[in-house]
Design a protein around this ligand. Structure first.
Ligand code: DOR
Length: 451
């Protein structure tokens, strides 16, 4: 008999799903987590098994990885990703996007449905899943559209898409402006126990805005997009969630008022969860000065006050998820003038390092950070991920928290080079990502090792 095992030795293993945080060894067998033991725990056992294997004339390959000084935790789960395929392969493909995921420490991603065609029917869902199996580097869990063509007019075939593999529904990129359609979506989603992910934006209030509304937008002569455009819809959807009992997840929270509304809703026992993204707690609207289209994102970058409120929301548990909203765009598209350029940041490859700052500054503990980037999104989506429990897929990330790296978008695995963090020196890098027991070494020039 011949088997392949991986022994990750001497790392600090952190798995909040089991309350683990200690230096130990982690054994992977046949692509699954086989065992975790405190330091040196199963070294003897492995020797014994090797000797036995020799005696039996069988051969067992054990690949040992020295993780001394590294953190070892469950592969991250990004519940908000744009992989752009089908239809926008010049921005990203399932192949390049999932490779970027591995580079960022993510082993599961959830592509949003704003592709072309829109993922609003089981055929598109099946295509995405098949393409992911054929060409992808990590697990892919599609998010189906709430409405046909994301037009906000008629519910999509949610039941059929759920059967085909969608794990949540969203019209992300666009809001569901009709309250009755949102009500029906929340009601319908209860049948499948999946969340409705809301892109909260009142289009009558955004009214063509391209950056945060305030003094700076006036100074720059750019049309502003008020916080209220987000908050009005957060409030509406919370009310509809209360009415229907449906599970609501608020995407990309960017304002102080949204944090407050979600906090109050939770206090009242409403089934609402929320995510924010690294750019909403790392930078402010000031990044737009100089008309840098890489800082154009929807919702827009806000103010210091909002950043502070978002950090407080992360700290007190109001916001339980950090997602990337990885939104790659082609260079030519971002090279247009600010008004015309598309919104979005290529985020998969900087998300973990930016989020590790929250640990360094004391906003979150390491374990809380892993909860927000792996455990909580998996539990909201009801997928068996974000854990190192015995028998789970061996999706693991090894992180060197002291390693510094300068962000150079041209080295991204993603086709999207649109980052406002170009030139930043970030501390804390994934050095190896294991997905389904397959090792991907991340080397400094942005190339991976063996696929
Ligand atoms: O900035 C954004 N880009 N926000 C969205 O909601 C959609 C996304 C995209 O698809 O480019």
């Amino acid at each position: 008999m011949m088997g392949t095992s991986i022994l990750v030795k001497n790392g600090r293993i952190i798995d909040p799903s089991q309350g683990i945080d200690y230096v130990g060894d982690l054994l992977v067998e046949d692509g699954k987590v086989a065992k975790i033991e405190r330091k040196n725990g199963h070294t003897e056992e492995r020797k014994g098994r090797k000797a036995e294997a020799r005696k039996n004339g069988s051969e067992e390959e054990i690949q040992e990885i020295d993780a001394k000084g590294m953190l070892v935790f469950p592969g991250l789960v990004d519940m908000h990703t744009h992989l752009r395929e089908p239809g926008f392969e010049h921005k990203e493909t399932i192949k390049t996007g999932t490779l970027a995921a591995l580079h960022g420490g993510f082993t599961s991603v959830c592509p949003m449905p704003n592709t072309n065609p829109v993922n609003d029917n089981p055929t598109v869902t099946a295509f995405i899943i098949k393409r992911s199996i054929d060409e992808g580097f990590c697990h892919v869990y599609p998010v189906g559209a709430i409405t046909k063509g994301q037009k906000g007019e008629e519910l999509a075939e949610m039941g059929l898409m759920f059967e085909a593999g969608c794990i949540a529904f969203s019209d992300d990129g666009r809001p569901v402006m009709s309250s009755i359609i949102m009500r029906r979506a929340l009601e319908y989603s209860k049948i499948f126990s999946v969340p409705i992910i809301s892109h909260t934006e009142d289009l009558t209030l955004t009214d063509g805005g391209v950056m945060n509304e305030g003094r700076l937008s006036t100074t720059l002569g750019l049309r502003g997009l008020p916080s209220a455009a987000e908050e009005v819809m957060v409030a509406r959807d919370i009310i509809l969630s209360e009415l229907t009992g449906g599970r609501l997840h608020i995407a990309h929270v960017s304002t102080e008022g949204s944090v407050r509304l979600v906090r109050q809703a939770k206090e009242r026992g409403i089934q609402v969860t929320a995510e924010t993204c690294p750019h909403y707690f790392s930078i402010t609207e000031a990044a737009v000065r100089g008309y840098d289209t890489n800082a154009k994102v929807n919702p827009p970058l806000r103010t210091e006050r909002d950043v502070k409120a978002i950090k407080e929301g992360l700290r007190d548990g109001t916001i339980e998820v950090i997602a990337t909203d990885h939104a790659p765009h082609h260079l030519d598209e971002k090279l247009q003038e600010f008004d015309r350029a598309p919104s979005g940041i290529s985020g998969l490859e900087t998300a973990l390092s930016l989020s590790l700052k929250l640990v360094e500054e004391g906003t979150l503990s390491m374990s809380q950070l892993i909860e927000k980037m792996a455990v909580n999104p998996a539990s909201i989506l009801n997928i068996n991920k974000g854990t190192l429990k015995t028998g789970a897929d061996a999706d693991i990330v090894l992180v060197d928290v002291n390693k510094e790296l300068k962000v150079e978008a041209k080295k991204f695995a993603s086709l999207g080079r649109n980052t406002p963090f170009e030139g930043w020196t970030l501390k804390g890098m994934p050095v190896m990502t294991i997905c389904r027991g397959k090792i991907h070494e991340i080397v400094e020039d942005g190339e991976t090792g063996n696929r």
